[in-house]
Design a protein around this ligand. Structure first.
Ligand code: PMP
Length: 351
């Protein structure tokens, strides 16, 4: 029988998201979720939700949430695009800014593993740029692509690129620079102001990490109106559902909760760093809610597998350089101690 699937789709591997193991005894430190609960306002708004509103389609352009973001960031509402998680925003950026015929997608290697998958889905070329031996900034002279996804702070390395480097790059780069700030609330610096200064910059954010709302799927980007309008032209008709819009709106109004849980994560990050260093791990200075660590013997892959047997889930990325490292989400302090206990067992270092 004739193959019914498009050839380019047959050839795809598809994105494999981090595992979502269930069960109360699982220590889940593999997908950079927040161990704390979101704003209690969210609970209240869900109880008050108007059933009649659910019978209607959602606002197609997320007006009320965008008003709050505009106010928070002092930008125009016309400079904001809202999506079903920032993953959707990233996918739309390729569809809007990369020509099918001859266009290309750039990103650092290593960085977020979704970018090349999205480029493959759209059947466009990828132009990865290798980071230096310490996972620091490195950009070849005259480098070009249609879009460059610049993850800052970077994932999975947890490091923040200096803002001067980012700005210098933006000024000389001929395409659209999408600065992916998924983890910026855990960092010491943001590039948000570049989105209003430069016509080729979009800064993308999510409520999945610092707002503890990965389950609602809400992300947005900020930038020049011309770029934003292009994204609105190609999005799905009602890309963000009514419940998500309401939850996002009240969560974004409650700065206090976001700041409190972000501070708590940063404190736990310090504890986890010290505990892992005491076990002989090399821990890179994280500006995110996860750590990028080089473990002692028996090495990254083996430790990853042994932790999984003990119901502790972290992330290991196969690859020349990444294969020697592990990415561990900063959990609660109780989760950190369960991780440490399991590691002591694996490393034969029981206290
Ligand atoms: N960008 C980066 C760098 C990420 O690590 C993630 C989380 N997987 C995302 C974007 C996607 O975030 P969201 O949940 O908003 O789709």
């Amino acid at each position: 029988m004739k193959n019914l699937i498009r050839k380019s789709v047959q050839a795809l591997d598809g994105y494999v998201p981090g595992e979502q193991p269930q069960g109360s005894d699982v220590v889940k430190l593999n997908t950079n979720e927040n161990p704390w609960l979101c704003s209690v306002e969210v609970h209240d708004i869900l109880r008050e939700i108007d059933m009649a509103a659910l019978a209607k389609y959602p606002d197609p352009v997320c007006t009320e949430v965008r008003k709050v973001i505009a106010e928070n960031l002092s930008v125009g509402i016309g400079n904001i695009f809202a999506g079903n998680g920032s993953d959707e925003v990233l996918a739309l950026c390729i569809r809007a800014f990369v020509e099918r015929d001859g266009g290309s997608v750039g990103f650092f290697d290593p960085s977020y593993s979704l970018y090349p998958v999205l480029a493959n889905i759209e059947d466009v070329e990828t132009r990865p740029v290798a980071l230096d031996e310490n996972f620091g900034w490195q950009m070849p002279d005259g480098y070009e692509s249609s879009v460059f996804f610049l993850t800052n702070p970077n994932a999975p390395t947890s490091l923040l690129f200096p803002k001067e480097k980012v700005e210098e790059f933006v000024c000389s780069f001929p395409g659209v620079v999408v600065i992916d700030e998924a983890y910026v609330d855990f960092a010491s610096e943001t590039c948000m102001d570049l989105a209003t200064q430069y016509k080729n910059v979009l800064v993308c954010r999510t409520l999945s990490k610092s707002y503890a709302l990965a389950g609602i799927r809400f992300g947005y980007c900020v930038g020049d109106k011309e770029l934003i309008d292009a994204l609105y032209k190609i999005k799905d008709s009602y890309n963000v559902n009514t419940l998500t819009q309401e939850v996002a709106r009240v969560a974004l109004l409650d700065h206090g909760t976001m700041e409190a849980i972000t501070t708590a994560v940063k404190n736990s990050r310090k504890l986890m760093t010290e505990e892992l260093q005491a076990l002989g791990f090399d821990v890179l200075p994280s500006e995110t809610n996860f750590l990028w660590v080089k473990p002692p013997k028996p090495g990254a892959k083996k430790i990853f597998e042994e932790l999984k047997k003990r119901n502790v889930y972290i992330r290991w990325f196969e690859g020349d350089r990444t294969g020697d490292y592990l990415r561990i989400t900063v959990g609660s302090d109780a989760q950190t101690m369960l991780l440490v206990e399991a590691l002591e067992d694996i490393l034969g270092k029981g206290k």
